[in-house]
Design a protein. Sequence first.
Lengths: 368, 536
Amino acid sequence: MVYQLAAETAAEQDLASFSDHLIIAMIVAYAVALFLFALEAAYGRRTALKGNRLVPVGAAAPAAAGGHGGEASAAAGGSSTVDLDAAPAPGAGGGTGGERDGDDLSFSVRGSEPQASASRNVLGAIALVVAGVGFVLNLAQIVTRGLAADRWPWGNMFEFVVAISLCSVAAFLYAALRYQARYLGTFILLPVVLLLGIAARWLYTETGPLVPALHSYWIAIHVSAAIVATGAFMVSGAAAITYLLSHRTEAKRAMGERVAGIAAKLPSPELLDRVSHRFVVIAFPLWTFAIIAGAIWADEAWGRFWGWDPKEVWSFITWVIYAAYLHARATAGWKGTRSAWIGVLGFAALMFNFFGVNYMFSGLHSYA
Amino acid sequence: MATTSTRKKGDRTDGAGGAGAPGGLSPLGWARWAWRILTSMRTALILLFMLALGAIPGSMLPQRVVSPDQVAQYYTEHPELAPWLERFFLFDVYSSPWYAAIYLLLFVSLTGCVIPRALAHLRLVRARPPKTPRNLGRMPYSARFTTDAEPERVLERGRSVFKRYRLERYGDSLSGETGYLREAGNVVFHVALLGLLVSLAAGYALGYRGNMLVAEGDGFANTLTSYDSFYPGVAADQDELAPFSFTLDSFDAKFVEDGGFSGQAESFRGEMTYKDHPGARERHHTLEVNEPLSVGGVQVYLLGHGYAPEFEVRDGEGEVVFDQPVPFLPRNGDPGQTSDGVVKVPDALPEGLGFEGVFLPTAQERTGEDGESELASVFPSPEDPAVTLTAYAGDLGMRQAQSVYQLDTSRMEELGASETLRPGDTWELPDGAGEITFKGYKDFATLQMTHNPGRLPALLSAALAVLGLLGTLFVRPRRAWVRASAGPDGRTVVEVAGLGKTESTANGQEFHRLATELRDRLREDPAADGPASSKE
Ligand code: HEM
């Protein structure tokens, strides 16, 4: 309504200013977590990570896990939902290490898991908790802002950045808990804190209503998908960059050079490579969906579903790069450095789409 | 890794198909060779990359499809450079011959590589799992145990434990494969991409787009002549436009009144009555930015909004020669929506009259930069509308086609400028040339009509692409084997092995679970057929 803002209740204003305070709290929490993660990376002990949980393989044990085998005896380790964790990492890296078990079932797993290790100490666990607190603050900030403005809380650059941070951190927390990928903390929180700093300093916009073009439920679908995908791509990008560093360390070691500092304690490259790939696999379909949802929305709002608007062009470019990434891995069998560079390139295109396009080109998509 | 090695041995010809250039081939041989190169996956991907790269200049330079004004502006700012860029179609990148070439080559390449694959896959879907390898111990996952059950019994059990797999018996072993949906998804995805390309092309070729400005109370019938501008696709049938019509009954624009967002548009709403064809029943639609009207296969979109001040003009002889609203175009980026327009009265006597005008929705005096007081609009909705006019008399040059928003004053003489006119005010022109009355104003809407037959096919293809993609990325194809043979001690030796065919299946959890389940079931009841059935 015309008088909406004038009639804004005191409660809504309080909520808006509370939400603004949360921005500071959240940035502080992330920065502290970043600091602690960096300490862990620098001073932790390089510790082997447990096998088989590093990558979500066989994670979704299909159907009927534990549905039968009424005979619970089956001796040691013979339950029907087998977690290979239970077995002392069967000859990780190859070989035919075997494991005698109950009714003399011996098995071997080869080439499945590279030996993986990362720098660890107790600070990392604390950092993870702090990052979790930051995540909750971040979520609260978004929710209160949405309530204060009485609309979906992503309608301008500032709000996008905050939401992307939320998704990156969520993806990271998931990776940390699920795949022991805590070692990525430094590399993910660094861009997150930077982005949030930029957002708070230069992009901040007070809570307010949206332009009519954004009055659509498609904002919930299209923008959310894009934001979640961006968060996952960010984890992948962070892992890819870490990979490249770690790969160099390894190469130097192979040449007989001594490597010192954080570089020496990076997790093994194979692991980073896989994590990076895994998150592209998650993000790519989401990104595809986001583009399609965007096209449907454009069809409703602007009268065409594809109009070569700069934002559309750069989303497409990003999509192609990531498609090439998947292709390179699936069909050309590229792994390692070459595919990591494609991943980094894709991430660069994604960031350019976000910042460059909004500020350098004018298009229908500029709500900056 | 198993994954890589199976890929490298490759059951597919993915590389740059026979990259070695054939020396001394017949023309047919050369053609074959070229076709193989063109339809190789690498070429398709390179073309796809080029499609993306080629899109970049289009995102940096102004494009005619997006904003013709900015192209014109670029021409004035870079008079040297612009013609050069024009030579490479850089202001029309997406309809340029070179972009079309990439697009067409990609299309051919993709067709050539996807269709044979799809056919091959059809055969594959019906294929039986391949023969069991001799040495199962070499598989990424392998297990071995012994049991009292007979080999036949073991394989029977194997069938029920590996029930998700398609199984084939080879001698003393079962060979199984599952996850066919991955390949299927892959084919669906790639074919859907083709479908998307075709739908896009069809939309461009067969569709049309037109712009139109409609004032409150005015009607529109879908004929070529009703459009202000019309852009048909190359193969669009312009004689057979859908025969719909509508009237814009009312239009309402709302703006935020105060606070930091004052002046920002809040909502635009147009009430319209429309008919599918002349004899059809009348229906209603509320037109909003995200609520286009869909009628007769055409979408009608609300693009913008403006004001059309209404004027009545009497000529020097006292006759009313003009009485209608005239749309004035909002100035770009002006927060007060100051609008410019012209009034043309070629039939006035003794001389034609023309006016250049400025419409100010909320007019306010304020001190300009030079210290003079000037009139400006401070708010986009008409709180206190005013008009200022400059009048000209002479020949308007109407015999030539000209824009309705521009007055050609080359053969006219300036009569002077008016005071600020409020609704109802009349300005007596000097020298008894006549008078003009500012009667009021109406809102107008700028509308776009698009007819794009590629919309639904494109949507369908896109949806299929996503489904296919999910299949490709998340279904894990894998093979498993069970072999049962009599051991030296009279017990049966059972070997179970598994192979994940993709990156994400390298791990043996599932195989281990199944192997263990098989072992447990056999131990439970070595001679029975299944948990519920009796001995054979
Ligand atoms: C010449 C044409 C093409 C051929 C022969 C081809 C072939 C393939 C093959 C063999 C796979 C791997 C399937 C598997 O591992 O089971 C694949 C996956 C894929 N292709 Fe293509 N492709 C072509 C063009 C394209 C194009 C133009 C795109 C567009 C972006 C594309 C996107 C993808 C994606 C996203 C995947 C999934 C990657 C994965 O499995 O991780 N492909 N394609």
